[in-house]
Design a protein around this ligand. Structure first.
Ligand SMILES: *Cc1c(COP(=O)(O)O)cnc(C)c1O
Length: 450
């Protein structure tokens, strides 16, 4: 019964137009199929066409007016006014997240880098993080000349595996940087317990996860510091922008000083710091966007839950695993694990070609775990790393870049749909996505021809 519901909608709509026959459905229950509607990739008619959801980044009159106002005001740098768009955005964002403090930066990468530097993590120190992320995560550790230690993932959640984290802690480990990938919370209960046990700092890479909640807390406020990105593809977007949040006043003051090229709020030049300040035009766009951002977050959540409910009895595509206590996600991507056994052995690439031809924008997201990228050899050849780490540690480090679950995810299982705009689509569009999955599944014996 449960599988019939998965397939019924489309075929009720199209049954009058096509020959309808019974065929093997998802799982074991019978489903209804149209023998005439072959796969679009093999010349059949596509289930749908065109973009799903609104264009992105989000633009409305409020955003445009806000930028005009800033332009005309001549307040273009945050240091010109305490009531400019950047300080105002910091206050508003802190409030909606539930944070006591917020420091704007020029990007998510800059926010992460600010945190690493503010925690005095540098040469000789190690930070444990995920190989399955934006390179900005790693880059933020490297710019302070610390060592990013990448550990393997839970293959079903695509998040850091806490057991792997604990295994890689040594005397030089200073922090853990969990990444809430897809905007869905990582296993923070375990990660915080491990951090506490080993006296480590936690910097949350919440770049994809604004407003997401876990065990009664906002993502970004569980660890010592949390970082957000407002890059153009993200849920709240100003082109390039970022923010650090947290409840420790001293630590957030350090963050302010770092991103203000080492000068504190009183104007004393007191430490090493790049100039990472958010500018007032970025602040203006963000202020214009912030008002409806929470509402859009709610829609993405409802739509993600809807898709998950439609897929729940279909083992061929298993939605991203959530940890207990996950209340919501930001869904930068809606991600699923592809299981070729349920698609007649067809490779993911064949499935992706077929579903794309049906008009569904699924992709494989991150192509390569970051442990397989050339920066590893670049840093191993650098004086800083050779000076501050023993040859034995660097050899071990290189050898540890063998992360099987991450490789499985990037090479075989990940199927995802970008969510910022797409997950704001009408329900009827989501139904077509489900119909298309169903159609490709029904025609799985054809996938070997692609
Ligand atoms: C986008 C992103 C970053 C980097 O943010 P930028 O604003 O692009 O610098 C870091 N980590 C994750 C998980 C991201 O998605």
């Amino acid at each position: 019964m449960k599988n019939q519901e998965f397939s019924r909608r489309k075929f009720i709509k199209t049954a009058a137009l096509t020959t309808v026959t019974a065929a093997a459905g998802l799982g074991s229950a019978p489903a209804i199929s149209s023998s005439k509607e072959g796969l679009a990739v093999l010349g059949g008619k596509a289930v749908r066409q065109g973009r799903i959801g609104p264009s992105w980044p989000y633009i409305d009159d409020k955003v445009i007016e806000s930028v005009m106002k800033t332009t005309k005001s001549g307040i273009w740098s945050r240091i010109q006014s305490a009531s400019g768009t950047v300080p105002t955005f910091e206050q508003h964002f802190a409030k909606v997240i539930g944070s006591q403090y917020c420091v704007g930066t020029g990007s998510g990468t800059q926010a992460l880098s600010t945190c690493v530097e503010a925690l005095n993590i540098g040469p000789g120190d190690e930070v444990i993080t995920s190989p399955y992320t934006d390179f900005g995560t790693i880059s933020a550790i490297l710019t302070s000349r610390a060592l990013p230690v990448l550990v393997d993932l839970d293959p079903d959640s695509y998040q850091l595996d806490p057991d792997e984290v604990e295994k890689h802690i040594n005397a030089n480990t200073k922090a853990i940087m969990p990444v809430h990938i897809m905007g869905v919370p990582a296993n923070m209960e375990r990660i915080m317990a491990i951090a506490k046990k080993h006296n480590l700092k936690v910097i949350e890479d919440s770049c994809q996860a604004p407003f997401a909640r876990y065990q009664g807390k906002a993502i970004g406020l569980i660890g010592d510091l949390g970082c957000f990105s407002f890059q153009a593809s993200k849920a709240i977007a100003c082109g390039e922008g970022g923010a650090v949040v947290g409840n420790d006043e001293n630590l957030l003051n350090e963050c302010f000083t770092v991103q203000n090229r080492g000068a504190n709020k009183q104007g004393k030049n007191e430490r090493i710091g790049p100039k990472y300040r958010m500018n007032e035009f970025e602040g203006a766009v963000l202020l214009g966007q912030l008002e409806g951002a929470k509402e859009r977050f709610e829609i993405r959540n409802a739509n993600a839950n809807y898709l998950t409910s439609k897929l729940k009895d279909f083992p061929g595509l298993r939605p991203q695993k959530h940890y207990p206590g996950t209340e919501s996600g930001s869904y930068y991507h809606y991600a699923m694990s592809y299981n070729k056994e349920h698609f007649n052995g067809a490779e993911r690439s064949q499935f992706l070609k077929a579903i794309a031809a049906e008009g569904v924008p699924f992709g494989s997201y991150i192509k390569n775990g970051l442990h397989r990228e050339p920066w590893v050899d670049t840093i191993l050849a650098k004086k800083e790393y050779k000076t501050f780490f023993s040859p034995k540690r660097l050899k071990e480090y290189k050898e540890s870049m063998n992360l099987k679950n991450c490789d499985l995810i990037t090479d075989q299982t990940m199927v995802s749909m970008w969510g910022s705009g797409t997950l704001l689509a009408e329900r009827s569009e989501l139904d077509k996505i489900v119909d298309a999955i169903h159609k490709v599944h029904e025609n799985r014996d054809q996938l070997s021809k692609i």
